[in-house]
Design a protein around this ligand. Structure first.
Ligand SMILES: Nc1nc2c(ncn2[C@@H]2O[C@H](COP(=O)(O)OP(=O)(O)OP(=O)(O)O)[C@@H](O)[C@H]2O)c(=O)[nH]1
Ligand SMILES: [Mg+2]
Length: 437
């Protein structure tokens, strides 16, 4: 397996369709096109051709040639648009596999080559995957903005600023000032502090961008028999969880993915919370329920309106909790201020409940900083490292140590986009600053 191979794959979905697209990338792409069609293609022009293999006609279709480096991968790329039949596709893939230097692409290999050939940075490569997996409108928009360099620009700007600070610090080491402080230069200090505050702001986003990819976590909690599973089923529009009048029915967490107001949500039904049970399996279920509630972005606390409110669920209520009192079709014994009274059975107020939860979902995703949000744990970890290197630089005793911390910070930032390595950093530092003046 080598990066020199010419790779090919079905680029459209598997199965029967009107059309299917087979993509070929690499130095041999034009060769195989010649063998299959005898075309001499003009780049970016659609060529109609019969695709032949020996005496066989595989299909007739459209061939598109993207001449490297002006292609998705940066290499010569041919896209064959053929009829979308399993037989055509499998014959074409077979024939390509027999061509000199050709092999089937690994998952993600086209995008990987695009990155290696400098066509994309890592955040854009990740956005390609996100856009392919996007199911809601908000996911589509986020992926598209990231693909367009939204995140890359933020990280690049910070890298550029940092590179200049590092250059300044290096200069102080080369040409020390009489009254230079022990650690970091004062001009550099202020700028590092403002960079730390920018990074902190970007990090402090309630994982909005990550949740937009994976879904906002909403946990339904409450005492046994309150109607949690009934509520989940109603929201899911199917019998996802077992409902029964036996207290302690749900034990495992039941997850359902939903689209609420254009945003992805993962709704979790959990075991009913109660202290007085000797059943080990139920106890484990309750432990999991509490853990899930702690991790959730929003809790829906369900109370049974015919019973007094239980302390365990009451203790879970905080500003991330929507309080629901269920079974309003029966005689109520209590009513909380600020809670929504509903009946899953009769349907009373369910529209009001849905509206309330959608409002919460929207405000979760729409709050926070303007601008492209962080979308991956990988970015988060590198930013946390960047920040702590910057903080170390501020308290370094020696200018050399501060410079080393700044270099580390630049490196962690560079890892996010994948475009900067140490050699590059030194280039930036010594190019932007006429150190030999
Ligand atoms: N009258 C009435 N009964 C309801 C309502 N919602 C749910 N129930 C009934 O209450 C019982 C318990 O419902 P579930 O949804 O299983 O309750 P749960 O909170 O998931 O219970 P556990 O899984 O045991 O924690 C079932 O018999 C439901 O049919 C309601 O609005 N009104
Ligand atoms: Mg249940």
């Amino acid at each position: 397996m080598s990066d020199q191979d010419t790779i090919f794959a079905l680029a459209s979905a598997n199965g029967q369709a009107g059309l299917s697209v087979i993509r070929v990338s690499g130095a041999g792409a034009l060769d195989s096109l010649h063998q299959l069609t005898a075309l001499t293609p003009t780049p970016r022009h659609a060529h109609y051709a019969k695709i032949r293999h020996g005496d066989d006609i595989i299909d007739e279709g459209i061939c598109l040639y993207f001449k490297g480096p002006n292609s998705f991968t940066g290499e010569d790329v041919i896209e064959y648009t053929l009829h979308g039949s399993r037989a055509v596709v499998s014959k074409m893939l077979d024939v390509l596999a027999g061509m000199d230097g050709h092999r089937m692409a690994e998952p993600g290999e086209f995008t990987r080559r695009a990155f290696l050939n400098g066509r994309l940075d890592l955040t854009a490569a990740e956005a390609v995957a996100d856009l392919i997996h996007a199911e809601t409108e908000a996911q589509r928009m986020q992926a598209l903005s990231q693909l367009g360099g939204g995140l890359e620009k933020i990280y690049r700007d910070w890298s550029d600023q940092l590179a200049k600070l590092l250059a300044h610090q290096e200069a102080e080491i080369e040409f020390p000032d009489e009254d230079m402080p022990d650690g970091i230069d004062d001009a550099v200090r202020g700028k590092i502090e403002s960079l730390i505050s920018d990074i902190s702001g970007h990090l402090d986003d309630h994982r909005r961008g990550e949740r937009l990819r994976t879904g906002m976590q909403i946990a339904i909690i409450g005492a046994p028999n309150a109607g949690k599973s009934s509520l989940l089923n109603w929201l899911a529009g199917r019998e996802a969880a077992i409902v029964s009048d036996t207290a302690g029915t749900t034990r495992d967490i039941v997850d359902v993915s939903l689209n609420l107001g254009g945003y992805p949500v993962v709704l979790s039904d959990t075991a009913g919370l109660r202290d007085e049970t000797d059943d080990h399996i139920e106890q484990e279920g309750i432990r999991r329920a509490i853990t899930r509630a702690a991790e959730a972005d929003l809790k829906i606390a369900v109370f049974d309106g015919t019973r007094t409110a239980d302390e365990t669920t009451m203790a879970q209520i905080d500003n991330k909790t929507l309080v629901i009192i269920n079974k309003s079709d029966l005689n109520a014994v209590h009513n909380n201020d600020g809670a929504i009274g509903i009946s899953v059975k009769s349907g009373e107020n369910l529209d009001k409940f849905l509206e309330a939860i959608t409002v919460r979902v929207r405000s979760f995703f729409e709050s926070g900083q303007a601008g492209p949000p962080l979308t991956r744990e990988r970015h988060r970890q590198n930013l946390i490292q960047t920040k702590s290197s910057l903080q170390r630089a501020l308290s370094a005793d020696l200018p050399e140590l501060a410079a080393e911390d700044l270099r580390q910070a630049l490196l962690s930032l560079g890892r996010i986009t994948g475009r900067v390595d140490v050699e590059d950093l030194l280039d930036i530092v010594f190019k932007d600053f006429c150190i030999g003046k």
